[in-house]
Design a protein around this ligand. Structure first.
Ligand code: F6P
Length: 370
């Protein structure tokens, strides 16, 4: 009996998704003679049974294409908006998996996708995941595909902002994605030579940032570039957030509520604008904001992401051939590793404070806001 593989992409789109789909598809079809179907728009498509047959022509010409040919959504099997209500659609998903007689469901996504796939694994389905996200925040893999492309785009943005900042003697704040991790802002900030880099892992003091900018002015540099991660927090906000988390926890304990399903996914917006106003007041320099947004996720994947996605995709086919399920296909050095999903879920890889990139940034006199 030929094995039948179900494929879906879930969470935010990311460069390299199609390269990974192609890697899996070409290897399972060409190397192992298996069959593949895709489900549209992540777990929602699996729930609504929107399946799409995939053959060798489906995997041609997609290596360099951004986005995902399967479409995506952020819907979770156990909390899906249906008819205006949040519903647990796990049973419907299991039914559809069984109706198609799938041997395995391959889920390509970030932290949330790992968790959703693990949930289905606990219900008895065979699942394998691949780590995809521009945030690079999935644990137990050296890298996630999408990150390298986003890093290149963010670095180019810093390069381009330099001319305006320099010509107009301005402070330009560039807000970058990354969710609650600082990999993207820190990496691009170093690569682009940002003067200040603010990341969620290091709460910043506005006066320290202003001091660094004024120091540059005094030494003849009348402009500064600030790379700020969307999840970065000022010291005051971090303390207030910590206090309110503690209060929430106490409230929940009093009510004996069930444990929260992971952390809140909210990222506060608008803090870059507030920071610009504060810096303008403290330095007397015109301060402007650029929010790079979805440009970081769009378009052609970098060579590095194509290579990583193809390595992980083809390795995924090998694991399927060996009936190894319940795993995430992780990058480790030049090779790959099968990491049990239970070791991945509910965790986030943030930048360790002793990470080499932090030391590197400090060594070139970059202000990290502390
Ligand atoms: O996780 C990838 C990511 O691009 C984050 O960097 C960002 O916080 C989030 O997705 C944006 O999500 P959405 O696509 O729902 O706006």
């Amino acid at each position: 009996m030929k094995k039948l593989i179900g494929l879906l992409t879930s969470g935010g789109d990311s460069p390299g998704l199609n390269a990974a789909i192609r890697g899996i598809g070409k290897a399972v079809l060409g190397r192992y003679g298996m069959e593949v179907i895709g489900f549209r728009d992540g777990f929602r498509g699996l729930m609504e049974n929107r399946a799409q047959a995939l053959d060798s022509s489906s995997f041609s010409g997609i290596l360099t294409v951004g986005g995902t040919i399967l479409g995506t959504s952020r819907d979770k099997p156990y909390a899906m908006p249906v008819g205006g209500k949040m519903m647990d659609m796990t049973d419907v998903i299991i039914d559809n998996y069984r109706k198609h007689h799938l041997d395995v469901l391959v889920c390509l996504g970030g932290g949330g996708t790992q968790k959703n796939a693990y949930h289905l694994m606990q219900q008895g389905l065979n699942v394998i995941t691949l780590p995809k996200t521009i945030d690079n925040d999935v644990v137990l893999t050296d890298a996630t595909f999408g990150f390298d492309t986003a890093l290149g785009i963010a670095t180019e943005a810093i390069d381009r902002l330099h001319s305006t900042a320099h010509s107009h003697h301005r402070v330009i704040i560039l807000e970058l994605m990354g969710h609650k991790a600082g990999w993207l802002a820190l990496g691009a900030g170093i690569a682009g030579g940002a003067d200040v880099i603010l990341i969620p892992e290091i709460p910043y003091a506005v006066d320290k940032v202003a001091e660094a900018i004024l120091g540059r002015s005094r030494s003849g540099h009348g402009f500064s570039i600030v790379a700020i991660a969307e999840g970065a927090l000022s010291k005051e906000t971090a303390t207030a957030a910590g206090d309110s988390k503690k209060a929430d926890k106490k409230k929940k304990e009093r009510k004996q509520a069930p444990p929260a399903d992971g952390e809140s996914d909210d990222i506060s917006t608008g803090h870059s604008l507030r920071l610009a106003q504060q810096l303008e007041a403290l330095t007397g320099l015109e301060s402007r904001v650029t929010i790079l947004g979805y440009l970081q996720r769009g378009g052609i994947p970098s060579a590095g992401d194509r290579l990583l996605a193809t390595r992980l995709g083809t390795a995924c086919a090998n694991f399927i051939n060996q009936d190894r399920y319940g795993i995430m296909v992780a990058a480790r050095g030049d090779g790959v590793e099968a990491v049990p999903l239970e070791q991945v879920v509910g965790k986030r890889k943030t930048v360790p404070l002793d990470h080499g990139w932090i030391e590197t940034a400090r060594s070139v006199n970059t202000c990290l806001g502390d």
